[in-house]
Design a protein around this ligand. Structure first.
Ligand SMILES: C[S@@+](CC[C@H](N)C(=O)[O-])C[C@H]1O[C@@H](n2cnc3c(N)ncnc32)[C@H](O)[C@@H]1O
Length: 245
């Protein structure tokens, strides 16, 4: 099957996403706060973190605010995104690693194995670009890379259960984009924003799966406490904990 995800390697899409879309994601702040809350509840300490498909590292950087001494690996296959994390961190410390790698290939695990196992693995809006069979394999690979009692959290674009849900999601996102851009002085009409949204170049790269199905895969792999912790329409935060030995 021809890969559609590689559009994310372009500098243009990285810029459009980081400057024009990420800040407009509905409930973005609540999602980050929930990630922190779950990690804090699940773990007494966090020494190592992996942010898979990191973009500008928003998830990993949020975790660092609470665990500034943790070792962290930011992984993405887009050079522009890796540059964006470096810019956001400004003064990279010794315990921060950047990995330019494609998690669509099974060999990606080799590029992080030298860093040891991770207490927390987070991923944001990235794994849904893989076909379902590969998503399942990636969840297994993540499981294998976690320390005992390690936490996996996936903040993800998931499939609606109904056409109504999908339509409500699309319109909510367009409203949010419109508000976000207007607050920044962009005079585009809602119709223009909607046109761009429905014709966006990365749309074909979305291979959405229901959150219930993905939670079942996590349970089948052996994760405990598998749950969808937060969901609004097609935006879901779900994950689980690797058993303690
Ligand atoms: C929608 S952005 C989300 C970025 C960030 N996680 C966030 O929450 O803002 C998806 C990110 O996943 C990365 N990505 C997509 N497919 C990838 C792959 N196969 N390997 C590595 N990175 C990938 C993209 O380059 C992009 O940075």
């Amino acid at each position: 099957m021809k890969r559609t995800d590689e559009v994310w390697k372009t500098a243009q899409l990285a810029q459009t996403f980081l400057e024009g879309v990420r800040g407009a994601i509905p409930l973005a702040n609540e999602q980050l706060q929930m990630i922190l809350r779950i990690v804090q509840m699940a773990r007494s300490e966090v020494n190592s973190v992996l942010d898979l498909g990191c973009g500008d590292g928003i998830l990993g950087r949020t975790i660092l605010t609470q665990y500034p001494n943790a070792k962290i690996v930011f992984l993405d296959f887009s050079e522009s995104m890796i540059s964006a994390v470096k810019d956001k961190l400004q003064t990279p410390e010794n315990n921060i690693e950047f990995v330019l790698e494609d998690f669509g290939q099974k060999s990606w695990v080799n590029s992080v194995q030298d860093f040891g196992k991770f207490d927390v693995i987070v991923s944001g809006f990235a794994i849904h670009h893989q076909p379902d069979s590969r998503k399942k394999e990636i969840y297994q690979e993540i499981y294998n890379l976690l320390t005992p009692a390690g936490v996996f959290l996936n903040l993800e674009h998931v499939q609606s259960a109904s056409n109504l849900g999908e339509s409500v999601f699309n319109e909510m996102f367009i409203d949010s984009l419109y508000r976000y851009h207007h607050q920044r002085g962009n005079s585009q009409s809602r119709e223009e924003i909607a046109q761009q949204y429905y014709n966006r170049p990365d749309k074909a790269a979305n291979i959405l799966a229901p959150v219930e199905l993905q939670c079942q895969w996590l349970t089948d792999i052996g994760f405990l406490d598998v749950d969808c912790f937060l969901k609004v329409l097609e935006l879901a935060l779900f994950g689980g904990i690797k058993p303690a030995e």
